[in-house]
Design a protein around this ligand. Structure first.
Ligand SMILES: [Mg+2]
Length: 434
Protein backbone atom coordinates (compact mmCIF):
# COMPACT_ATOMS: atom_id res chain seq x y z
CA UNK A 1 0.00 0.00 0.00
CA UNK A 2 1.38 3.37 -0.93
CA UNK A 3 0.99 6.28 1.39
CA UNK A 4 0.19 9.66 -0.11
CA UNK A 5 2.02 11.90 2.38
CA UNK A 6 1.03 15.10 0.62
CA UNK A 7 -2.68 14.16 0.71
CA UNK A 8 -2.50 13.17 4.38
CA UNK A 9 -0.87 16.48 5.25
CA UNK A 10 -3.61 18.35 3.39
CA UNK A 11 -6.35 16.41 5.19
CA UNK A 12 -4.80 16.63 8.63
CA UNK A 13 -4.44 20.37 8.35
CA UNK A 14 -7.70 21.08 6.51
CA UNK A 15 -10.08 19.20 8.79
CA UNK A 16 -9.17 20.85 12.11
CA UNK A 17 -8.98 24.26 10.44
CA UNK A 18 -12.47 23.76 9.04
CA UNK A 19 -13.83 22.79 12.50
CA UNK A 20 -12.13 25.69 14.23
CA UNK A 21 -13.45 28.14 11.62
CA UNK A 22 -16.98 26.82 11.98
CA UNK A 23 -16.88 26.95 15.77
CA UNK A 24 -15.33 30.39 16.01
CA UNK A 25 -17.49 32.81 17.87
CA UNK A 26 -16.17 36.08 19.22
CA UNK A 27 -16.78 38.00 22.38
CA UNK A 28 -17.79 41.55 21.47
CA UNK A 29 -18.57 43.23 24.79
CA UNK A 30 -18.94 42.70 28.53
CA UNK A 31 -21.66 44.65 30.31
CA UNK A 32 -22.01 45.04 34.05
CA UNK A 33 -25.17 45.57 36.10
CA UNK A 34 -24.54 46.83 39.61
CA UNK A 35 -27.47 47.20 41.98
CA UNK A 36 -28.40 47.77 45.61
CA UNK A 37 -30.10 44.65 46.92
CA UNK A 38 -32.45 46.71 49.05
CA UNK A 39 -35.51 48.89 48.52
CA UNK A 40 -34.39 51.79 50.70
CA UNK A 41 -30.92 52.54 51.95
CA UNK A 42 -29.80 54.95 54.68
CA UNK A 43 -27.62 57.61 53.09
CA UNK A 44 -24.19 57.60 54.74
CA UNK A 45 -22.52 60.91 55.49
CA UNK A 46 -18.83 61.40 54.76
CA UNK A 47 -16.66 59.82 57.41
CA UNK A 48 -19.68 58.67 59.36
CA UNK A 49 -19.18 56.03 62.02
CA UNK A 50 -21.91 54.78 64.25
CA UNK A 51 -24.91 54.87 62.00
CA UNK A 52 -28.08 54.87 64.08
CA UNK A 53 -30.04 52.59 61.75
CA UNK A 54 -27.78 49.70 60.93
CA UNK A 55 -28.90 46.84 58.79
CA UNK A 56 -26.30 44.70 57.06
CA UNK A 57 -28.78 44.11 54.24
CA UNK A 58 -28.70 47.73 53.21
CA UNK A 59 -24.99 47.56 52.40
CA UNK A 60 -25.54 44.64 50.06
CA UNK A 61 -24.89 45.03 46.33
CA UNK A 62 -25.33 42.55 43.54
CA UNK A 63 -23.18 42.67 40.40
CA UNK A 64 -24.33 40.82 37.30
CA UNK A 65 -22.34 40.56 34.07
CA UNK A 66 -23.38 39.84 30.53
CA UNK A 67 -20.83 38.56 28.00
CA UNK A 68 -22.04 39.31 24.45
CA UNK A 69 -20.89 37.66 21.24
CA UNK A 70 -20.93 38.46 17.54
CA UNK A 71 -23.53 35.73 16.97
CA UNK A 72 -26.09 37.25 19.30
CA UNK A 73 -25.79 34.57 21.97
CA UNK A 74 -24.86 35.98 25.37
CA UNK A 75 -24.18 34.61 28.81
CA UNK A 76 -24.92 35.98 32.27
CA UNK A 77 -22.94 35.65 35.47
CA UNK A 78 -22.67 37.13 38.94
CA UNK A 79 -19.74 38.44 40.97
CA UNK A 80 -19.49 38.92 44.73
CA UNK A 81 -16.38 39.89 46.71
CA UNK A 82 -17.05 43.66 47.05
CA UNK A 83 -19.23 44.18 43.97
CA UNK A 84 -18.64 47.94 43.47
CA UNK A 85 -14.90 47.36 43.24
CA UNK A 86 -15.27 44.13 41.28
CA UNK A 87 -17.25 46.03 38.62
CA UNK A 88 -14.13 48.07 37.82
CA UNK A 89 -12.07 44.87 37.62
CA UNK A 90 -14.55 43.31 35.17
CA UNK A 91 -14.38 46.41 32.97
CA UNK A 92 -10.58 46.27 32.99
CA UNK A 93 -10.69 42.63 31.88
CA UNK A 94 -13.08 43.32 29.00
CA UNK A 95 -10.21 44.45 26.81
CA UNK A 96 -8.54 41.08 27.22
CA UNK A 97 -11.61 39.12 26.17
CA UNK A 98 -13.07 41.03 23.24
CA UNK A 99 -12.31 39.13 20.03
CA UNK A 100 -11.71 35.84 21.86
CA UNK A 101 -13.65 32.59 21.38
CA UNK A 102 -15.88 32.27 24.48
CA UNK A 103 -15.95 28.47 24.30
CA UNK A 104 -12.32 28.10 25.44
CA UNK A 105 -13.30 28.79 29.02
CA UNK A 106 -10.25 27.46 30.85
CA UNK A 107 -7.85 29.21 28.46
CA UNK A 108 -9.61 32.55 28.95
CA UNK A 109 -9.65 32.05 32.72
CA UNK A 110 -5.94 31.40 32.64
CA UNK A 111 -5.33 34.55 30.59
CA UNK A 112 -7.36 36.64 33.04
CA UNK A 113 -5.56 35.11 36.01
CA UNK A 114 -2.19 35.96 34.50
CA UNK A 115 -3.32 39.48 33.59
CA UNK A 116 -4.39 40.20 37.18
CA UNK A 117 -1.19 38.74 38.60
CA UNK A 118 0.63 42.00 37.99
CA UNK A 119 -1.62 43.60 40.58
CA UNK A 120 -0.74 41.01 43.22
CA UNK A 121 -2.61 37.90 44.25
CA UNK A 122 -6.14 37.43 43.02
CA UNK A 123 -7.96 37.98 46.31
CA UNK A 124 -11.73 38.08 46.42
CA UNK A 125 -11.93 41.12 44.11
CA UNK A 126 -10.03 39.33 41.33
CA UNK A 127 -11.82 36.11 42.24
CA UNK A 128 -15.15 37.91 42.00
CA UNK A 129 -14.38 39.30 38.55
CA UNK A 130 -13.21 35.93 37.24
CA UNK A 131 -16.22 34.17 38.77
CA UNK A 132 -18.85 36.32 37.05
CA UNK A 133 -17.16 36.29 33.65
CA UNK A 134 -16.40 32.56 33.73
CA UNK A 135 -19.99 31.81 34.82
CA UNK A 136 -21.23 33.76 31.79
CA UNK A 137 -18.89 31.81 29.49
CA UNK A 138 -20.39 28.54 30.76
CA UNK A 139 -23.84 30.00 30.13
CA UNK A 140 -22.87 30.76 26.52
CA UNK A 141 -21.42 27.29 26.00
CA UNK A 142 -24.57 25.70 27.38
CA UNK A 143 -26.78 27.79 25.13
CA UNK A 144 -24.85 27.08 21.93
CA UNK A 145 -24.64 23.35 22.65
CA UNK A 146 -28.23 23.11 23.91
CA UNK A 147 -27.01 21.63 27.21
CA UNK A 148 -27.52 22.66 30.82
CA UNK A 149 -24.20 23.57 32.40
CA UNK A 150 -24.37 20.53 34.71
CA UNK A 151 -24.38 18.29 31.63
CA UNK A 152 -21.22 19.91 30.26
CA UNK A 153 -19.56 19.45 33.67
CA UNK A 154 -19.83 15.66 33.46
CA UNK A 155 -23.47 14.99 34.21
CA UNK A 156 -25.35 15.03 37.46
CA UNK A 157 -25.55 12.94 40.60
CA UNK A 158 -28.90 14.46 41.65
CA UNK A 159 -31.72 16.54 40.24
CA UNK A 160 -32.34 18.64 43.34
CA UNK A 161 -30.02 20.22 45.91
CA UNK A 162 -30.69 20.17 49.66
CA UNK A 163 -30.72 23.57 51.31
CA UNK A 164 -30.09 24.98 54.73
CA UNK A 165 -31.10 28.35 56.08
CA UNK A 166 -30.91 30.44 59.24
CA UNK A 167 -32.81 30.48 62.52
CA UNK A 168 -32.23 32.22 65.82
CA UNK A 169 -35.35 31.16 67.75
CA UNK A 170 -37.27 27.92 68.21
CA UNK A 171 -40.36 29.59 66.68
CA UNK A 172 -38.49 30.49 63.51
CA UNK A 173 -36.94 27.01 63.42
CA UNK A 174 -40.45 25.50 63.49
CA UNK A 175 -41.56 27.71 60.56
CA UNK A 176 -38.55 26.70 58.48
CA UNK A 177 -38.89 23.00 59.23
CA UNK A 178 -42.55 23.27 58.22
CA UNK A 179 -41.38 24.67 54.86
CA UNK A 180 -39.28 21.54 54.38
CA UNK A 181 -35.83 22.65 55.54
CA UNK A 182 -33.81 19.86 57.08
CA UNK A 183 -30.79 22.00 57.92
CA UNK A 184 -30.67 25.17 60.04
CA UNK A 185 -27.80 27.43 61.03
CA UNK A 186 -27.59 29.61 64.11
CA UNK A 187 -25.31 32.66 64.20
CA UNK A 188 -23.36 33.24 67.40
CA UNK A 189 -21.98 36.67 68.20
CA UNK A 190 -23.16 37.63 71.66
CA UNK A 191 -24.14 36.55 75.13
CA UNK A 192 -26.74 33.79 75.19
CA UNK A 193 -26.23 32.57 71.62
CA UNK A 194 -24.72 29.21 72.61
CA UNK A 195 -27.71 28.66 74.88
CA UNK A 196 -29.93 29.38 71.87
CA UNK A 197 -28.18 26.60 69.94
CA UNK A 198 -28.91 24.21 72.81
CA UNK A 199 -32.54 25.34 72.96
CA UNK A 200 -33.06 24.82 69.22
CA UNK A 201 -31.36 21.41 69.28
CA UNK A 202 -33.46 20.27 72.24
CA UNK A 203 -36.60 21.63 70.58
CA UNK A 204 -36.03 20.03 67.16
CA UNK A 205 -34.45 16.77 68.25
CA UNK A 206 -31.84 15.01 66.13
CA UNK A 207 -33.74 14.75 62.84
CA UNK A 208 -32.64 18.22 61.72
CA UNK A 209 -29.04 19.10 60.81
CA UNK A 210 -27.91 22.00 62.97
CA UNK A 211 -24.98 24.31 62.27
CA UNK A 212 -23.35 27.28 63.97
CA UNK A 213 -21.64 30.26 62.35
CA UNK A 214 -19.26 32.36 64.45
CA UNK A 215 -18.45 34.52 61.36
CA UNK A 216 -14.65 34.43 61.79
CA UNK A 217 -15.06 36.72 64.74
CA UNK A 218 -12.79 39.41 66.06
CA UNK A 219 -14.59 39.12 69.39
CA UNK A 220 -13.36 35.60 70.17
CA UNK A 221 -9.87 34.56 71.14
CA UNK A 222 -8.66 31.15 70.04
CA UNK A 223 -9.30 29.80 73.54
CA UNK A 224 -12.85 31.21 73.46
CA UNK A 225 -13.42 29.50 70.12
CA UNK A 226 -12.14 26.21 71.56
CA UNK A 227 -14.33 26.52 74.67
CA UNK A 228 -17.40 27.11 72.50
CA UNK A 229 -16.49 24.24 70.18
CA UNK A 230 -16.31 21.94 73.20
CA UNK A 231 -19.59 23.22 74.60
CA UNK A 232 -21.23 22.54 71.25
CA UNK A 233 -20.02 18.93 71.07
CA UNK A 234 -23.18 17.78 72.86
CA UNK A 235 -25.34 19.46 70.17
CA UNK A 236 -24.09 17.09 67.43
CA UNK A 237 -23.59 19.90 64.94
CA UNK A 238 -23.15 19.30 61.23
CA UNK A 239 -20.50 22.03 61.44
CA UNK A 240 -19.12 24.99 63.43
CA UNK A 241 -18.28 27.64 60.86
CA UNK A 242 -15.39 30.12 60.97
CA UNK A 243 -14.67 29.70 64.69
CA UNK A 244 -11.74 32.10 64.34
CA UNK A 245 -10.84 34.79 61.82
CA UNK A 246 -9.56 33.14 58.62
CA UNK A 247 -6.48 35.35 58.42
CA UNK A 248 -4.35 32.95 60.42
CA UNK A 249 -4.54 29.28 59.54
CA UNK A 250 -2.62 28.22 62.64
CA UNK A 251 -5.38 29.61 64.88
CA UNK A 252 -7.79 27.39 62.96
CA UNK A 253 -5.52 24.42 63.53
CA UNK A 254 -5.52 25.03 67.30
CA UNK A 255 -9.33 24.90 67.36
CA UNK A 256 -9.34 21.84 65.15
CA UNK A 257 -7.06 19.93 67.50
CA UNK A 258 -9.01 20.87 70.61
CA UNK A 259 -12.59 19.92 69.74
CA UNK A 260 -14.45 17.12 68.00
CA UNK A 261 -17.15 19.50 66.71
CA UNK A 262 -16.85 19.41 62.90
CA UNK A 263 -15.53 22.64 61.37
CA UNK A 264 -16.30 24.59 58.19
CA UNK A 265 -14.64 27.53 56.44
CA UNK A 266 -13.82 29.05 53.08
CA UNK A 267 -16.42 31.71 52.29
CA UNK A 268 -13.78 34.45 52.18
CA UNK A 269 -11.20 32.82 49.91
CA UNK A 270 -10.83 32.49 46.15
CA UNK A 271 -9.35 29.84 43.86
CA UNK A 272 -7.97 26.42 44.66
CA UNK A 273 -4.94 28.06 46.25
CA UNK A 274 -7.07 30.00 48.71
CA UNK A 275 -8.90 26.83 49.74
CA UNK A 276 -5.80 24.61 49.71
CA UNK A 277 -4.59 25.18 53.32
CA UNK A 278 -7.95 24.11 54.79
CA UNK A 279 -8.07 20.95 52.68
CA UNK A 280 -4.41 20.02 52.71
CA UNK A 281 -4.22 20.48 56.48
CA UNK A 282 -7.48 18.56 57.06
CA UNK A 283 -8.59 21.58 59.08
CA UNK A 284 -12.25 21.37 58.11
CA UNK A 285 -14.98 18.84 57.43
CA UNK A 286 -16.80 21.20 55.07
CA UNK A 287 -15.54 23.80 52.58
CA UNK A 288 -17.79 26.78 51.80
CA UNK A 289 -16.75 28.48 48.54
CA UNK A 290 -18.86 31.51 47.63
CA UNK A 291 -20.01 30.96 44.04
CA UNK A 292 -19.59 34.65 43.19
CA UNK A 293 -15.97 34.93 44.31
CA UNK A 294 -14.49 31.42 44.41
CA UNK A 295 -12.99 32.06 40.98
CA UNK A 296 -15.58 30.38 38.78
CA UNK A 297 -17.49 27.19 38.18
CA UNK A 298 -14.38 25.25 37.20
CA UNK A 299 -12.51 26.45 40.27
CA UNK A 300 -15.39 25.21 42.43
CA UNK A 301 -15.30 21.84 40.69
CA UNK A 302 -11.56 21.64 41.34
CA UNK A 303 -12.02 22.62 44.99
CA UNK A 304 -14.65 19.89 45.30
CA UNK A 305 -12.27 17.34 43.79
CA UNK A 306 -9.48 18.32 46.18
CA UNK A 307 -11.96 18.10 49.07
CA UNK A 308 -13.23 14.71 47.88
CA UNK A 309 -9.73 13.29 48.18
CA UNK A 310 -9.78 14.31 51.86
CA UNK A 311 -13.37 13.07 52.52
CA UNK A 312 -14.43 16.72 52.93
CA UNK A 313 -17.86 17.88 51.76
CA UNK A 314 -18.94 21.10 50.02
CA UNK A 315 -21.60 23.57 51.20
CA UNK A 316 -21.34 26.79 49.13
CA UNK A 317 -21.76 30.10 50.94
CA UNK A 318 -24.63 32.31 49.89
CA UNK A 319 -24.96 35.05 52.48
CA UNK A 320 -24.62 38.09 50.22
CA UNK A 321 -24.95 36.37 46.86
CA UNK A 322 -27.78 37.15 44.44
CA UNK A 323 -29.96 34.87 42.32
CA UNK A 324 -27.69 34.25 39.30
CA UNK A 325 -24.91 32.92 41.51
CA UNK A 326 -27.41 30.60 43.12
CA UNK A 327 -28.21 29.05 39.73
CA UNK A 328 -24.49 28.48 39.11
CA UNK A 329 -24.17 26.82 42.53
CA UNK A 330 -27.00 24.43 41.64
CA UNK A 331 -25.15 23.28 38.53
CA UNK A 332 -21.91 22.71 40.45
CA UNK A 333 -23.68 20.92 43.32
CA UNK A 334 -25.49 18.65 40.87
CA UNK A 335 -22.19 17.35 39.51
CA UNK A 336 -20.04 16.68 42.58
CA UNK A 337 -20.19 13.54 44.73
CA UNK A 338 -19.41 15.41 47.96
CA UNK A 339 -22.23 17.99 47.81
CA UNK A 340 -23.51 18.59 51.35
CA UNK A 341 -26.03 21.44 51.30
CA UNK A 342 -26.45 24.85 49.69
CA UNK A 343 -26.89 27.87 51.94
CA UNK A 344 -29.98 30.00 51.30
CA UNK A 345 -31.35 33.18 52.83
CA UNK A 346 -34.98 32.13 53.15
CA UNK A 347 -36.42 35.59 53.70
CA UNK A 348 -34.29 37.59 51.33
CA UNK A 349 -34.92 41.08 49.95
CA UNK A 350 -38.39 41.06 48.44
CA UNK A 351 -37.12 42.20 45.01
CA UNK A 352 -34.84 39.16 44.57
CA UNK A 353 -37.23 37.29 42.29
CA UNK A 354 -37.92 40.36 40.11
CA UNK A 355 -34.35 40.86 38.86
CA UNK A 356 -34.28 37.45 37.18
CA UNK A 357 -36.60 35.90 34.62
CA UNK A 358 -37.44 32.82 36.69
CA UNK A 359 -36.56 31.73 40.20
CA UNK A 360 -35.34 28.21 40.93
CA UNK A 361 -38.10 25.83 41.98
CA UNK A 362 -38.23 25.16 45.76
CA UNK A 363 -39.55 21.76 46.80
CA UNK A 364 -39.52 20.40 50.33
CA UNK A 365 -36.33 22.10 51.42
CA UNK A 366 -34.54 21.57 48.12
CA UNK A 367 -34.02 23.51 44.88
CA UNK A 368 -34.56 21.70 41.60
CA UNK A 369 -31.58 21.68 39.25
CA UNK A 370 -32.53 23.51 36.03
CA UNK A 371 -32.72 21.52 32.80
CA UNK A 372 -32.67 24.40 30.34
CA UNK A 373 -29.56 25.13 28.24
CA UNK A 374 -26.86 27.18 29.95
CA UNK A 375 -27.41 28.30 33.54
CA UNK A 376 -31.16 28.50 32.98
CA UNK A 377 -31.57 32.09 34.16
CA UNK A 378 -31.50 35.60 32.69
CA UNK A 379 -31.46 39.05 34.28
CA UNK A 380 -34.21 41.70 34.00
CA UNK A 381 -32.29 44.86 33.18
CA UNK A 382 -35.19 47.31 33.70
CA UNK A 383 -35.78 46.00 37.19
CA UNK A 384 -32.08 46.13 38.10
CA UNK A 385 -31.94 49.76 36.93
CA UNK A 386 -34.58 50.71 39.51
CA UNK A 387 -32.14 49.96 42.33
CA UNK A 388 -28.86 51.83 41.73
CA UNK A 389 -25.96 51.09 44.04
CA UNK A 390 -25.68 53.54 46.95
CA UNK A 391 -23.72 51.84 49.72
CA UNK A 392 -21.51 48.77 49.66
CA UNK A 393 -19.66 48.77 52.95
CA UNK A 394 -20.96 48.05 56.41
CA UNK A 395 -21.24 51.13 58.61
CA UNK A 396 -19.95 50.21 62.06
CA UNK A 397 -22.90 49.88 64.39
CA UNK A 398 -23.26 51.57 67.75
CA UNK A 399 -24.04 48.36 69.54
CA UNK A 400 -23.61 47.35 73.12
CA UNK A 401 -20.43 45.41 72.29
CA UNK A 402 -18.49 48.70 72.29
CA UNK A 403 -17.70 50.88 75.24
CA UNK A 404 -19.83 54.02 75.01
CA UNK A 405 -18.20 56.57 72.75
CA UNK A 406 -15.58 54.22 71.30
CA UNK A 407 -17.43 52.72 68.32
CA UNK A 408 -15.10 52.26 65.39
CA UNK A 409 -11.89 52.90 67.35
CA UNK A 410 -10.40 49.50 66.41
CA UNK A 411 -13.39 47.26 65.74
CA UNK A 412 -11.40 44.13 65.08
CA UNK A 413 -10.09 43.97 68.63
CA UNK A 414 -11.82 46.53 70.81
CA UNK A 415 -14.67 44.18 71.64
CA UNK A 416 -12.18 42.23 73.73
CA UNK A 417 -12.38 45.11 76.19
CA UNK A 418 -15.35 44.63 78.41
CA UNK A 419 -15.42 40.98 77.33
CA UNK A 420 -17.78 40.06 80.11
CA UNK A 421 -20.30 42.54 78.82
CA UNK A 422 -19.89 41.55 75.17
CA UNK A 423 -19.59 37.81 75.58
CA UNK A 424 -21.18 37.05 78.88
CA UNK A 425 -22.05 33.49 78.06
CA UNK A 426 -22.86 30.97 80.71
CA UNK A 427 -20.49 28.10 80.08
CA UNK A 428 -22.49 24.96 79.89
CA UNK A 429 -20.95 21.57 80.21
CA UNK A 430 -22.31 18.73 78.11
CA UNK A 431 -22.63 16.83 81.39
CA UNK A 432 -25.37 19.30 82.41
CA UNK A 433 -27.68 17.34 80.14
CA UNK A 434 -27.13 14.04 81.82
MG1 LIG B 1 -20.49 32.50 57.34
Amino acid sequence: MTVNIAKMKRLSSAVPLLLITEAMMKITEIRTYLMQAATSVPQPKAGQIGHKVWDPGTSRNWLFVKVLTDEGTYGVGECSGWPRVVERAVKDLENLLVGQDPTHIDLLWSKMQTAIMGHGVLGTVGGGALSGIEMALWDIKGKITGQPVWSLLGGRFRDSIPLYTHASTTERADELVALGYKGLKVGISKAGDVETVYRIREHLGMDIDLMVDAHGPPWLTVSDAIAIGRELEACNLLFYEDPVAPDRIDAFRQVREATTTPLAAGERVSTVWGMLPYIEGDLVDVIQPDTGRAGGITQMKKMAAMAEAHYITVAPHSGSLGPVGEFAALHVMATIPNALMLERVEHDWEGRHRVITASPVFQDGRLLVPNTPGLGVDIVEDEIAKHPSVLNIVIQPTVENYEPGTAGEAPYFQQRRGRNRAWNRTVRSPSDDS
